[in-house]
Write a protein that binds this ligand. Structure first.
Ligand SMILES: Nc1nc2c(ncn2[C@@H]2O[C@H](COP(=O)(O)OP(=O)(O)O)[C@@H](O)[C@H]2O)c(=O)[nH]1
Ligand SMILES: [Mg+2]
Length: 454
């Protein structure tokens, strides 16, 4: 018996269409109490997934919308339970009235992620698919959406299930050897086990190696724009964003605090921080700004060092080159190409160098290409099969460690039960990944990150 939950699944804004969902044993009965259609005498007679046009009644029994209703019975529905959905006019008032009416008829408010949690608990999807639902809703780039859609199709679960199954097979063989100690493991089986563990190791390594790319996809790249005063850092930020976010003047020391904005450059989400110009200064406020700039450069994954190509390089520029060296990735931007050919060559030690004019936008696409080359698509990570989730990456890492230990134990001629216990640990980690075996509190944590109505 599952109680029936209801929620508005669309955003709380005025829109053309808004959706209210219901799921639970009583979903169709409850929907029937608040909706009447001329096509059939009751929703009990409704065909699955067919749309019925009719009247939606509020808690006081007044018609508040003319809308569409569709039902989908368990176990073939999204949640695996009986479900009903109303496609209403997208007025928050109408939707809230409809919801209130459903509560009066016996439904209760769904918690965050409760529909998808029920889908998981009813075996309609595994945990990697459920987490892909969040990723898909949160996707900030087409690539991130493509990847989440792939995971929704169980791309990760399918891979790890294959490894899981091969390990289980190996474990059962070992179990037999332990149960019948007279039977030795023959050399042929030993070779087979080694091959199983080696292929598991390769697959898990490959999967884990996509996580760095996945994190960039999901969280973006923290990027600090640094440079001495007046080289055009704020102008570059504005040019990338396409509007005047930061104040630009010819007065050195204009940007004092760090300005942070998100932008999509070369298909990559950059979390940009425009910083105060690096120079020695007596001004207290500016000094604090300079300190923040240095901190931003130290914590960023990408440092974008901006130089004024219309002037010779200065000692402050040298300081910037030094500061950029600590970053994992660095791009040198030689700015102001609209004034003249840059007076100096590319400073050394940068991953990429771009010559552009933040003022006219000339050369900006080269900056996009540089970012794409550093953080964009790569052959090892196929969209749809990239690990984006820290919980999943941790479980894959644990499975990988255990598989390596099992391989070593086997090679060292350890007893079958020593190999067995690490192989079982690998299976347990993979089981957690997909949710075959996972603790309740982890499940609660995962679904609490969803929005209500999903
Ligand atoms: N001609 C030209 N001037 C620029 C360019 N980028 C910035 N400037 C000018 O340089 C000055 C300093 O720019 P700003 O973006 O505030 O530099 P910041 O101190 O590094 O943030 C302003 O007068 C800008 O108009 C450029 O590409 N070409
Ligand atoms: Mg500035």
């Amino acid at each position: 018996m599952s109680d029936t939950i209801a929620a508005i699944s669309t955003g709380n804004v005025i829109s053309a269409i808004g959706i209210i969902r219901l799921s639970g044993d009583d979903a169709i009965n409850i929907a029937n109490k608040v909706f009447k259609t001329k096509s059939i005498s009751s929703l009990d007679d409704a065909e699955d997934r067919k749309l019925y046009f009719g009247d939606l009644y509020n808690a006081e029994g007044h018609v508040i919308d003319r809308c569409l209703c569709t039902v989908s019975r368990g176990p073939g529905s999204y949640t695996g339970e009986n479900t009903a959905e109303f496609q209403c006019h997208g007025s928050p008032v109408v939707l809230n009235e409809g919801l209130r009416s459903l509560f009066k008829a016996g439904a209760r408010q769904a918690l965050a992620g409760e529909f998808t949690k029920r889908a998981f608990l009813n075996g309609r999807m595994d945990l990697t698919q459920a987490e892909a639902v969040i990723d898909l809703i949160d996707a900030e780039t087409p690539l991130a959406a493509e990847n989440a859609a792939g995971q929704l199709g169980r791309s990760i679960g399918r891979k790890t299930d294959k490894i899981y199954d091969s390990l289980v097979q190996m474990i059962s063989h070992f179990q037999a050897v332990i149960d019948y100690p007279d039977e030795d493991i023959d050399d042929f089986s030993l070779l087979n086990y080694t091959a199983t563990l080696e292929s598991a190791e390769t697959e898990l390594e490959r999967l884990l190696s996509t996580f760095d790319r996945g994190r960039i996809m999901r969280e973006g790249v923290p990027a600090a724009i640094i440079g001495r005063p007046n080289t055009g850092k704020s102008s570059l930020l504005n040019a990338i964003l396409g509007y005047d976010r930061a104040i630009v003047t010819s007065i050195a020391g204009t940007t004092r605090d760090t300005v942070e904005e998100k932008a999509i450059v070369g298909g990559v989400v950059l979390r940009l921080a425009d910083t105060a110009g690096l120079r020695k200064t007596e001004d207290t406020v500016e000094r604090l700004g300079v300190r923040r700039a240095r901190e931003a450069a130290e914590t960023a994954r990408l440092v974008i060092a901006v130089f004024d190509g219309s002037e010779p390089i200065t000692p402050d520029d040298r300081d910037v080159i030094e500061a950029a060296k600590t970053a994992e990735y660095s791009v040198a931007v030689i700015n102001k190409t609209d004034i003249r050919q840059p007076l100096f060559d590319a400073p050394e030690g940068f991953d990429r160098v771009c010559r552009l004019s933040a003022k006219t936008g000339e050369g900006l696409e080269g900056f996009g290409s540089a970012v794409k080359e550093l953080f964009g698509e790569n052959a090892a990570a196929v969209p749809g099969e990239i690990l984006t989730n820290a919980r999943q990456a941790e479980a894959v890492g644990r499975a990988l460690d255990a598989v390596r230990q099992a391989k070593e134990a086997l090679a060292a001629g350890m007893t079958p039960d020593a190999v067995l216990s690490v192989a079982e640990a690998a299976c347990a980690a993979l089981g957690e990944l997909t949710g075959r075996s996972v603790k309740d509190d982890i499940i609660t944590d995962i679904f609490s990150r969803f929005c209500v109505g999903k």
